[in-house]
Design a protein around this ligand. Structure first.
Ligand code: NDP
Length: 270
């Protein structure tokens, strides 16, 4: 029977995931289809998954933490961070995974050696990246608009030896970074910077590399980084590699990662 997959998000119309997965299914003659579901209420994710008879799903902003709660079992790196971006149906149960962090690590490989990282934002993506960076012994700092979500990172910092700053815009003191990553949704639906412009200007003067998790548009943050001639990239490669790892799970690992990546990359040209 043909399998159906979907991406859940709010917004979700911008997502390139359907294109990437459907391109691969078609090219490799996989009897499956991938659609998008605009979901306002994350608590409805589980019921919606079953009512659509899905075989698997990806989850994007702002439902990745709700996705963790929707699962019967969580495996791998997702257990460390409580954030799920990929769900697989296995024997009637929802199994959760996180492929964002490893996808991002693959995406920043061309930057070379990175030791000090500033993450803008403290949501699901920031949690995934911070935990992954710490796993590799990198120095991580977090800057977020509001205090509430910083407690997770403060707790994370207590259990490691890395220099770990967790600040709001008010308490932040800029240091030097190898890489600054925007994981906020500022710039996704609006033209906002992820922090006040003066702060962003200062941060961009203290980093070598810049990455934005947002793809498909040049955010004001990325535009400013480009204007300053910094080496930067948007979220397209992160999207590609998290999708490659998710598809590997959807297709029960029958295709190798390089074949999957090459095909999905081709879908970007459509
Ligand atoms: P969450 O909803 O979990 O977190 C959003 C974060 O953004 C919070 O820290 C929030 O701060 C902050 N924020 C929202 N609006 C603003 C604003 N106007 N100014 C400053 N900060 C703001 O989102 P996710 O972590 O799931 O996703 C974040 C972004 O990353 C999205 O744009 C998503 O599309 C992108 N993404 C891209 C991927 C890719 O493959 N390229 C993969 C994963 C995510 P506060 O706590 O104060 O509310």
């Amino acid at each position: 029977m043909s399998k159906l997959f979907a991406i859940f998000g709010d917004p979700v119309s911008h997502s390139r995931s359907p294109l990437m997965h459907n391109y691969l299914f078609k090219a490799l003659h996989v009897d499956a289809c991938y659609t998008r579901v605009h979901l306002h209420d994350g608590s409805k994710l589980r019921d919606t998954f079953f009512s659509l008879k899905l075989s698997g799903a990806n989850i994007t902003v702002p439902h990745k933490e709700a996705a963790y709660n929707a699962c019967d079992e969580v495996r791998g790196f997702a257990t460390t961070i409580g954030v799920v971006n990929t769900i697989l149906l296995e024997d009637g149960k929802l199994i959760g995974y996180n492929t964002d962090a490893d996808g991002f690590m693959e995406a920043i490989k061309p930057f070379g050696t990175i030791k000090n990282i500033l993450i803008l934002g403290a949501g699901g993506t920031a949690k995934a990246l911070a935990s992954r960076f710490l796993q590799d012994g990198l120095h991580v700092s977090i800057l977020n608009r509001s205090e509430e979500r910083l407690s997770y990172f403060k707790n994370l910092g207590l259990s490691c030896e890395a220099t770990f700053g967790c600040d709001t815009w008010e308490s932040f003191v800029c240091k030097s970074y190898d890489l600054v990553v925007n994981t906020t949704s500022a710039g996704l639906k609006d033209d906002l910077y992820p922090a006040p412009q003066t702060l962003i200007e200062e941060i961009l003067s203290h980093t070598s590399y810049v990455a934005d998790a947002i793809y498909g548009k040049v955010t004001p943050f990325l535009a400013l980084a480009k204007q300053k001639n910094l080496t930067c990239k948007d979220g397209a490669d992160m999207l590609l590699y998290q999708g490659v790892l998710a598809n590997h799970l959807f297709c029960e690992k029958q295709f190798d990662l390089k074949t999957t990546a090459d095909l999905m990359q081709k879908s970007f040209l459509l």
